[in-house]
Design a binder for this molecule. Structure first.
Ligand code: HEC
Ligand code: HEC
Length: 208
């Protein structure tokens, strides 16, 4: 009798699991069968499942407004196609350009009005060659690990990283990139909320 009850309970729960979290059920049949009790619990587990919290905001980081300063090569990039910066602009020793052609020769602390005029934000520059913060070519897992790694992110802990992601002036520029440029693909409050959810869960990275 007890056994029959258990079987009925499990299969009822299975139906619920299938209904509420089909995908999770198929990827983890054993775990789901072992703890069939609460579909809410399972849904919550799915929502905080490792990679998902990072994946929720990574499209912003992968957008050209960010990637144009976080790509391979010793130069910044331009446009939605990420072509190398015209006029042979180089990174330079500190990321501020080379002696004769500094970023600040053209870029100011604000966007200049008019299409194709230099965009701007305070301290406009590239990461230095000693710590270039290159994200191009990384998987989501590698990108997540890279921005969390103090050896690659200029010694930031998670709180400082989150502050940078949500408040830094060069990052904020992505929401206000100047005439003729597409902003990053998510409202800022939504992005900040997702970054903070990720932080609250312990900043988990997707599996490799
Ligand atoms: C004009 C160039 C420029 C743009 C545009 C830019 N960044 Fe950066 N980014 C930098 C520089 C320079 C640093 C290093 C500054 C520092 O360490 O304080 C940096 C550092 C970072 C870091 C620190 C950790 C790491 O390992 O990369 C993060 C995170 C970051 N940027 C996110 C973004 C995001 C998100 C965007 C787009 C919304 C963006 N950046 C756009 C230049 C840029
Ligand atoms: C001689 C002037 C000049 C110098 C020097 C210069 N830039 Fe630019 N930059 C421009 C202009 C003009 C644009 C806008 C081009 C357009 O919109 O067609 C631009 C655009 C950019 C963009 C593209 C933004 C986007 O997402 O499309 C980035 C990134 C950038 N510059 C970074 C830098 C960095 C970093 C340096 C220094 C290492 C630098 N620039 C030096 C003139 C300059």
């Amino acid at each position: 009798m007890k056994r029959v009850y258990a079987v009925v309970r499990v299969s009822l729960a299975s139906l619920m699991v299938l209904g509420f979290a089909g995908a999770l059920w198929f990827s983890r049949p054993v775990a789901a069968a072992e703890q069939p009790a609460s579909p809410n619990k399972i849904a919550a587990a799915a929502a905080s499942d490792d990679g998902d919290l990072f994946a929720a905001f990574v499209p912003v980081l992968r957008h050209p407004r960010c990637m144009n300063c976080h790509s391979q090569g010793d130069f910044p990039r331009q446009g939605d196609d990420g072509h190398p910066h015209t006029m042979n602009i180089r990174r330079g020793l500190g990321g501020f350009g080379v002696t004769s052609v500094k970023c600040s020769t053209c870029h100011q602390d604000h966007n200049l009005g008019g299409a194709h005029l230099p965009p701007g934000a305070p301290s406009w520059h590239l990461p230095p060659p000693s710590m270039p913060m290159i994200w191009q070519g990384l998987t989501d897992a590698q990108l997540c690990e890279s921005i969390k790694d103090p050896k690659q992110n200029r010694n930031r802990n998670i709180d400082q990283l989150v502050e940078h992601l949500t408040e830094d002036k060069l990052v904020m520029w992505g929401w206000n990139p100047g005439e003729g440029r597409t902003p990053v693909p998510m409202p800022h409050d939504e992005f900040a909320a997702k970054v903070k959810q990720w932080q609250a869960a312990g900043a988990p990275c997707p599996a490799r």
